[in-house]
Design a protein around this ligand. Sequence first.
Ligand code: AR6
Length: 166
Amino acid sequence: MKIELTSGDITNERVDAVVNAANSSLMGGGGVDGAIHRAAGPDLSTACRGLRELWVDGLPVGRAVATPGFEMPAQWIIHTVGPNRNAGETDPALLRSCFTESLRAAEIIGAKSIAFPALSAGVYGWDMAEVATIGLAALSSYTGPVTLARVVLFSDDALDVWKNAL
Ligand code: AR6
């Protein structure tokens, strides 16, 4: 799988699937989650409410589920819940799981290209360099059918951190 690093707004990405840095409720929030809900339009909330009928207690940390992309350029949105360091969730395996489970979700829906944000590096309080190391380790060890993973950083500083980690 090819790994690309870029900066920008992930909601503009023309890939098969965009990964959302969601929370367990799946009902939206700030950061990437807010931007994705705005860009996808109100049908996304309806779809997420439907998912909550399957995940009545919310989506667990480290798991991933897909919805359509609705009004976004991407065909799919893969919602994953990163560990919240501010709530004491400091296990790197949970963050790695977000990357690997998102790739698994991409396989299930047949997505060949996927865009990731810096999961857990915003509201959830993880250090950007640590997210980059964990994320890139997960992506570079992937051997399945997804052919492109693009990490979309929200600032040039964040992009530099990921470039250094790569
Ligand atoms: N495109 C790309 N990256 C972005 C964008 C964007 N449009 N917006 C923010 N970032 P965060 P988390 C960067 O907080 O830490 C929400 O309320 C941002 O600068 O979106 O996993 C959810 O509902 C940062 O580097 O995700 C959860 O409650 C990175 O994306 C919680 O926040 C991740 O920041 C999840 O927190």
